[in-house]
Design a binder for this molecule. Structure first.
Ligand SMILES: Cc1cc2nc3c(=O)[nH]c(=O)nc-3n(C[C@H](O)[C@H](O)[C@H](O)COP(=O)(O)OP(=O)(O)OC[C@H]3O[C@@H](n4cnc5c(N)ncnc54)[C@H](O)[C@@H]3O)c2cc1C
Length: 552
């Protein structure tokens, strides 16, 4: 094949761009360093949460949303403060993306066969002010079928294109260099890695069998972020904003999310911006059944668990579970330790612990309604959560607070201070007393009561307020929360046509980028903070822009 376009990276952004190109009759060569089992990249593992604005699903839940409110939230979260330079294009992408989410996005996805779970979730509830960070209303639309379904709707037409000879895949092709001639990108060079039949997500061999050079009039880089490259994360860590980089990191993404293509693209003239902006989570637990090295799972928590830092001090407002990821990260790191604790009850875990990841939600991933009802309505937490409670190294379960703190202290050995049971007890009892009236001065309890005004939260996400030390809601549970790496917010600077720009702001001829490597559009469409469900959508929006630009 003499391709019109080479796509580097067969994750979601690469598949979306390829899909658009194939629809327009172009021929595409898709290269990926992994094998065919990994088609779809990170998106396969994702929960499939998608940010939509003023959708029929929201309206059915009584939620009033609008483009204006969503843009207010986006800009309040992004905090773009480099508008003369690095944020010029991210700011434009932000407006275009919120418009997409409030308009065309839902129909575009539905036309390809995607459907949503009718209950809309409320992620990243924010830092406590209307103009600041956070979602004013629930906007997290869960895909019926989670991440694999998001991949399927683009993968199927792309594989049909392959059957018709319009698409060719080069798996185990690791790109190490972009070929530049007369200032234009005209192809790629790299290493053909030895065949490796590993299962999806499992680390594969980096042994080289041969080299390759392939050419096309245009190259789209869709190689993902830096989430599994702890060296790059530490090198770019914003110490002055968040405090020193954590010593102990665990990874929410497979090993192929190595960030190598960023420097490779920079060498070909592309500019990387907003390197210091990243999106990591504070609620990471070690996977008891890991697929990739240091495999971490994120708890997506409801708001009721009590959150203590490593020294046993309750985190100050508004660092409540599920509110402000980076604000909480800063607070945790300010202690000099890199972990924190949830203390909760069995009643809270049953209603409020969701685990991010397609494999942690087999009922929704398999689109099996009967299984879903059985697993979510039965006594106990959903099966995958109960398994973590039983086998997870970060969990302590006990009938009394004394036993619980003893268990926490065993886990803390070697990583942080020993906790004093009376200090923890004092704070829990004080919080529990605030429940004697329907009103309270405890801001977290106010937030819980507020959340229960939202229908989804009341139905499936927020436990009825109760005293943590009430044995009727036991046993008590403590979870050691680690810092989990996930998303790269900065990246290659691109204009709205997904053309990669150079240091002077001019497009590098023949070079395009989309998805996480491009900061989900523009080199950082999220600014400093994300509203969640915006990453898959950012890959779809920017991948579509790249594909359409090259179809004209
Ligand atoms: C567990 C989990 C849950 C998530 N949940 C959500 C969610 O609910 N909502 C949401 O919006 N987002 C979510 N995300 C984030 C989202 O899935 C990712 O940001 C997105 O899928 C990234 O897609 P991408 O195409 O940009 O990159 P990737 O998926 O990383 O794909 C990049 C591909 O490029 C290949 N590659 C890299 N370098 C080279 C090279 N040099 N040569 C050849 N190939 C190369 C890689 O092997 C890979 O296949 C989640 C992510 C994870 C892991």
């Amino acid at each position: 094949m003499k391709p019109d376009v080479i796509v580097v990276g067969a994750g979601l952004a690469g598949l979306v761009a390829t899909h658009e190109l194939v629809q327009a009759g172009r021929s595409v060569l898709v290269l990926d360093q992994e094998n065919r089992n990994n088609l779809g990249g990170q998106a396969f593992w994702s929960l499939g949460g998608l940010f939509l604005v003023d959708s029929p699903e929201q309206r059915r839940m009584g939620i009033k949303d609008s483009y204006e409110l969503a843009l207010q939230d986006w800009l309040g979260s992004a905090g773009f403060d480099r508008l003369e330079d690095e944020d010029v294009w991210p700011r434009r992408w932000a407006e275009a993306y919120v418009q997409f989410a409030a308009g065309e996005k839902r129909d575009y996805l539905r036309a390809l066969g995607l459907r949503f779970v009718p209950l809309v979730g409320w992620a990243e509830r924010g830092s406590g002010s209307a103009t600041g960070h956070g979602n004013s209303v629930p906007r997290f639309h869960l895909t019926w079928g989670t991440g694999p379904e998001v991949v399927r709707i683009f993968q199927e037409p792309v594989l049909a294109g392959e059957a018709q000879g319009k698409v060719e895949f080069g798996f185990r092709h690791r790109v190490d260099e972009l070929v530049v001639e007369d200032g234009a990108v005209v192809g790629v060079r790299g290493a053909l890695l030895v065949p490796d039949g590993s299962e999806r997500g499992v680390s594969s061999s980096r042994e080289i069998a041969d080299g390759f050079e392939l050419r096309a009039p245009a190259v789209i880089v869709t190689s993902g972020g830096i989430g599994h490259n702890f060296d790059l994360i530490r090198a770019n860590w914003p110490v002055e904003r968040l405090g020193p980089a954590p010593e102990h990191l665990i990874s929410g993404v497979p090993e192929h999310v190595d960030g190598r293509m960023l420097a490779i693209t920079e060498r070909a003239g592309g500019r990387i911006v907003n390197k210091d902006r990243m999106w990591h989570y504070t609620e990471g637990i070690h996977n008891w059944d890991p697929i990739w090295p240091t495999h971490a799972i994120r708890i997506i928590p409801g708001p009721s668990s009590l959150w203590f830092d490593a020294t046993g001090r309750r985190l100050p407002a508004p660092n409540f579970p599920g509110f402000d990821s980076l604000g909480t990260l800063k607070e945790i790191l300010s202690t000099g330790y890199d972990y924190s604790w949830f203390v909760l009850t069995q009643s809270i875990i049953e209603k409020e612990f969701a685990l991010s990841g397609s494999e942690q939600n087999p009922d929704i991933t398999s689109k099996d309604l009967k299984f879903l009802l059985q697993s979510r309505l039965a006594k106990g937490a959903p099966g995958p959560v109960e398994k973590f409670k039983e086998y997870g190294e970060d969990f302590v379960v006990a009938d009394t607070l004394e036993q619980l703190v003893t268990g926490m202290n065993t886990l803390a050995q070697g990583r942080g201070p020993q906790l004093d049971v009376s200090t923890i007890e004092h704070q829990i009892v004080a919080r529990d007393r605030e429940l004697d009236n329907d009103f309270s001065k405890d801001l977290q309890l106010m937030a819980v009561n507020n959340a229960r005004q939202s229908r989804t939260d009341k139905l499936v996400r927020v436990a009825k307020p109760h005293k943590i030390l009430d044995p009727a809601h036991g046993p008590l549970i403590a979870v050691r929360l680690n810092i989990l790496t996930r998303k790269t917010l900065g990246g290659l600077q691109t204009d709205l046509e997904a053309r990669v720009l150079d240091a002077d702001g001019s497009p590098v001829p023949g070079l395009y980028a989309a998805g996480e490597v491009a900061g989900f559009g523009g080199g950082g469409v999220h600014g400093y903070n994300a509203l969640e469900g915006t990453f898959l959508g950012g890959c779809i929006f920017s991948g579509r822009a790249a594909g359409r630009a090259l179809s004209r």
